[in-house]
Design a protein around this ligand. Structure first.
Ligand code: MG
Length: 158
C-alpha cells in the first residue's frame, strides 16, 4: 500500500555560513543558522520520508544536542531516512517540495536541487518536483529573516 508523509522546516539567516538548499550550495544567497548545514529543504524531505513510514522525526534520529551532527551535511539525514524506509520494505515513489524564500531568487537553482534530491532518494528525476515561492513580503520569510520548506513524499512497497 502507498503511504504519504509531509515535512516542514525553517531556518533563520546567519552571517558567515554558505546557503545550502536541497544539497546544493547557492552562491548568491546568505547562509542559514543551524546545528547541521541547515539545509531546510533536505530537513523537510527527511521528515516527510520519516512521516510516510511513521518513524518519528528528524530531531529524534539526529538530536541537535549531539555534537556529532555539528555542520553535518544534511544528505546524511535524508539517506538514513531512505534506508529506514527500505528496511521497512518501502521504496520512494515521488517527492514534491515547495521552498519559501524572499531572497535569493531560487528559480535558477530548482533544476540543480531536483537533480541532487533525486540522487539522494535514488529515484528518477521525473519523481522529484521543486517549486520556489516568495511569501509576498509577509511574515518571517517576507522580512527575509529566514527560509522555510514544505515537502511531501510518497512511498510504495519495494
Ligand atoms: Mg532543520
Amino acid at each position: 500500500m502507498y503511504r504519504t508523509g509531509i515535512g516542514y522546516d525553517s531556518h533563520r539567516f546567519a552571517a558567515g555560513r554558505p546557503l545550502v538548499l536541497g544539497g546544493v550550495t547557492i552562491a548568491d544567497g546568505g547562509g542559514l543558522d543551524g546545528h547541521s548545514d541547515a539545509d531546510a529543504v533536505l530537513h523537510a524531505i527527511t521528515d516527510a520520508v520519516l512521516g510516510a513510514i511513521a518513524a518519528g522525526d528528524i530531531g529524534e534520529h539526529f538530536p541537535p544536542t549531539d555534537n556529532k551532527w555539528r555542520d553535518a551535511p544534511s544528505s546524511l539525514f535524508l539517506q538514513h531516512a531512505v534506508k529506514l524506509a527500505k528496511e521497512k520494505g518501502y521504496a520512494i515513489g515521488n517527492c514534491d517540495v515547495t521552498v519559501l524564500a524572499e531572497a535569493p531568487s531560487l528559480g535558477p537553482h530548482k533544476q540543480a536541487m531536483r537533480e541532487s534530491i533525486a540522487k539522494l532518494l535514488a529515484v528518477d528525476l521525473g519523481a522529484v518536483s521543486v517549486k520556489a515561492k516568495t511569501n509576498e513580503k509577509m511574515g518571517f520569510v517576507g522580512r527575509r529573516e529566514g527560509i522555510a520548506a514544505i515537502a511531501a513524499v510518497t512511498v510504495m512497497p519495494a
